[in-house]
Design a protein around this ligand. Structure first.
Ligand SMILES: Cc1cc2nc3c(=O)[nH]c(=O)nc-3n(C[C@H](O)[C@H](O)[C@H](O)COP(=O)(O)OP(=O)(O)OC[C@H]3O[C@@H](n4cnc5c(N)ncnc54)[C@H](O)[C@@H]3O)c2cc1C
Length: 436
């Protein structure tokens, strides 16, 4: 018997691809989807912050499109950066046109300086994220976007982070793109997501729900509380009490530190490794105002420290069915340390003030709905400790019959597409093992 813990995209995809093999899938919540969920409040639909589909793997794209035939719409990305009271297109590094001339000059000269630097001996380990930013993009782009934005997002000095995760998220431009972007010449889409797909209606939760007709033996409302890895037994707690499941293999998609904490017979050294993993949480502040189209954009990045949030997005611009006629809805993201607690009222007040300061909202706008969700595990920190600790933990768990997958199971910074791919890969490995 294979037991899958968690019915987010990784767990659902594992179940989907295990069809025909004996498995059970157990979820703590009353619904599937994990982070890829949507909810409705006062007639407005919100995801747990915006969740947009960008595909890099043709097989996963084909799978998602077959699960949601005619239910996805393609959008040409309208994402912007707001700084120096000016909107520039994202990504910042190839779109500085429109910023004050002295800012554009700093960005250009800084980037050009990176080109003439003689290549130093390759460092023994990955350079810090801050070092990478300055070496790859230059002092100006670092100062006016990359450093303040990322400090706000990650909530730690950027010297604490490595750069081995940045390559696809932060593409290094060539000089022609940087110069064209400074002059306002647009001859190429840039970045990892120049277009995206999104459900026509219902929010992103329609994606996990589309797996359900092909998934069996799914139990809701049941939390994994303990695992004896030696005896391959997992204990689940629900309103009805505790239940023990025996397994041959366990696929876990829950956050790695939570999994290790629940494994009662792991060596203390493993607990210490997991206990030192770091992450940031995100307050997801959702608002609706009684004014149509407060913005024509999909989302906006806010690098400057005078705004408490790092990003705000507009769900009704992905799908008008996400809101009510005559209104606009917004999701706003604020990173914070997991231990930090702020009241809902103060968050809404800070967000409102910030959005008014940026001119997105007007002081006369009537707030018709507001809500705050705390995404406790949002962004894992790629610090110098992470890579070795995760490798050792995953190896030890595998030796004990547990495959830990998904964004938080692998403790990484990956997308919905990656979670689906990981579920597929683990299922294929188990199929091959069963056939051998
Ligand atoms: C702010 C933010 C924005 C994002 N935006 C995008 C985007 O635009 N596009 C994109 O592609 N990706 C985006 N992502 C990433 C995307 O959400 C994830 O990659 C994906 O949803 C992860 O799926 P998962 O199954 O690995 O994990 P999860 O969704 O976390 O699923 C884990 C499941 O395990 C369950 N669980 C946890 N503990 C237990 C327990 N003890 N017992 C039983 N069940 C348990 C949970 O309830 C959950 O259902 C974003 C992520 C964040 C944080």
């Amino acid at each position: 018997m294979i037991v899958i813990v968690g019915a987010g995209l990784a767990g659902l995809s594992a179940a989907y691809h295990l069809r025909g093999m004996p498995y059970k899938i157990v979820e703590r919540e009353r619904e599937v989807g994990g982070l890829c969920r949507s909810y409705v409040k006062d007639g407005f639909t919100f995801d747990y912050t915006g969740h947009l589909l960008h595909f890099r793997q043709t097989a996963i794209k084909a799978l998602v499109e077959s699960l949601l035939p005619d239910r996805l719409q393609r959008h040409a990305r309208k994402s912007f950066v707001f700084s120096h009271d000016t909107y520039t297109e994202y990504p910042f590094q190839v779109n500085t046109h429109g910023l004050p001339p002295e800012v554009v000059r700093e960005c250009l000269l800084g980037f050009i300086a990176t080109l003439s630097r003689s290549p130093s001996t390759p460092p023994a380990e990955s350079p810090s994220f801050k070092h990478w930013i300055i070496e790859s993009l230059g002092e100006g782009i670092a100062k006016h976007f990359m450093v303040p934005f990322n400090e706000k997002l990650w909530q730690v000095p950027l010297d604490d982070l490595t750069s081995d995760w940045v390559s696809w998220l932060v593409p290094k431009p060539d000089v022609k793109d940087v110069v064209s972007g400074a002059l306002g010449i647009k001859d190429k889409a840039f970045g990892y997501n120049p277009s995206f797909q999104y459900p026509v209606s219902g929010g992103i939760k329609v994606l996990p729900e589309a797996f359900l007709p092909s998934v069996e033996n799914l139990t809701y409302d049941s939390e994994l509380v303990e695992i004896e890895t030696g005896r391959r037994r997992a204990v689940f707690r629900s309103a009805q009490g505790e239940r023990t499941e025996e397994y041959d293999r366990l696929i876990s998609t829950i956050p790695l530190p939570e999994l290790v904490r629940r494994c009662v017979d792991l060596p203390a050294s493993m607990r210490e490794l997991a206990g030192a993993l770091r992450w940031v949480s995100v307050y997801n502040v959702n608002l609706a105002v009684a004014r149509e189209q407060v913005s024509d954009k999909h989302w906006i990045y806010f690098p400057e420290h005078r705004y408490p949030f790092y990003r705000a997005g507009f769900p009704m611009n992905f799908s008008p069915s996400m809101g009510q006629p005559g209104c606009s809805s917004l999701y706003v993201e604020i990173s914070h340390q997991p231990t930090e607690k702020a009241s809902e009222t103060s968050l809404i007040e800070r967000v409102r003030r910030g959005l008014e300061g940026a001119g997105v909202l007007q002081p006369t706008d009537e707030l018709v709905m507001s809500d705050v969700k705390n995404l406790y595990y949002a962004y894992v920190l790629f610090d110098r400790y992470r890579s070795r600790a995760v490798k050792e933990l995953l190896g030890e768990l595998e030796r004990r019959g547990i495959s830990s997958i998904g964004r938080y199971g692998l403790w990484e910074h990956t997308s919905m597409e990656d979670a689906i791919a990981q579920g597929q890969q683990v299922a294929m490995r188990l199929r091959m093992r069963a056939a051998a």
